[in-house]
Design a protein around this ligand. Structure first.
Ligand code: BTN
Length: 244
């Protein structure tokens, strides 16, 4: 079978997976660790990664996909992850682009990293962090109101190995479908699982900040936001925050 690289401590599973892939690791090899000392979040943020409680998972993918379509894989992963969390007893929803939330609080995040030439993807590292068995006291104070864990909502511990295995299986199913049928099937399911569409949101990107109503995602996964003046903005990367 495929290799699972398990470690007690790593800086970041994404970093090790990136190195292994660079050195020739195969599609489907997975890196898992007990704790990360330099867990990475999106947009340069830190992913708090205490020992023993949570899942820190990175999969190496070698998709047959032009680099421009690589961002679709993050949405593929969000769909697979959300389905697995629902099966494990959490009412999970996707917050665009790839946060997974329960009760409006973040339970999991995805960080996709790419090695590519203009016309060819070498490999993709798909990193997933899931707050599994953490309790409120394990979260830094500034995250206590905005983060949750599967165990907190279920009232029961969740075996990590089981979740990791289910995640890879479900991921593989969705990756196959994506490869064979294309993004349309993924987009449809993403929309069903998302809590973002239909909401009034504030959008922050590297370059700007604006408000509007999140209406749809387009054929490449970009968020379409209708602003107050009626125009539709296409957001490829950034953060959205719900306005109440
Ligand atoms: C985010 O929502 O900002 C993305 C968080 C991704 C965290 C995971 S944990 C496993 C993998 N290794 C990392 O350093 N980051 C990802």
């Amino acid at each position: 079978g495929r290799a699972i690289h398990f470690h007690e401590t790593l800086g970041s599973t994404n970093e090790l997976a990136f190195r292994l892939a660079h050195d020739g690791a195969e599609h489907g090899e997975v890196v898992v660790t007990e704790q990360q000392t330099a867990g990475k979040g999106r947009r340069g943020r830190v992913w708090v990664s205490p020992p023993g409680l949570n899942l820190y998972f990175s999969a190496i993918l070698r998709p047959e996909l032009p680099p421009q379509r690589a961002p679709e894989l993050t949405l593929v992963a969000a769909v697979a992850l959300t389905e697995v969390l629902r099966e494990a007893g959490g009412e999970a929803f996707i917050k665009w682009p790839n946060d997974v939330q329960i009760d409006g609080r973040k339970v999991a995040g995805i960080l996709t990293e790419l090695s590519a030439e203009p016309d060819r993807v070498h490999f993709v590292v798909l990193g997933v962090g899931v707050n599994l068995n953490a309790q409120p006291e394990h979260f830094p104070e500034d995250l206590r109101d905005t983060a949750t864990s599967l165990a907190m909502v279920r009232g029961q511990r969740v075996p990590r190995a089981l979740l990791a295995a289910s995640l890879w299986n479900r991921l593989e199913e969705w990756l196959d479908l994506h490869q064979e049928v294309g993004f349309a099937a993924v987009r449809q399911r993403w929309k069903e699982l998302s809590s973002t569409l239909g909401q009034d949101v504030r959008v922050r990107t590297d370059r700007r900040e604006f408000r509007g109503r999140a209406e749809d995602i387009d054929a490449s996964g970009a968020l379409l936001v209708r602003t107050e003046d009626g125009s539709v903005e296409r957001v490829l990367s950034g953060d959205v925050e719900r306005l109440r």
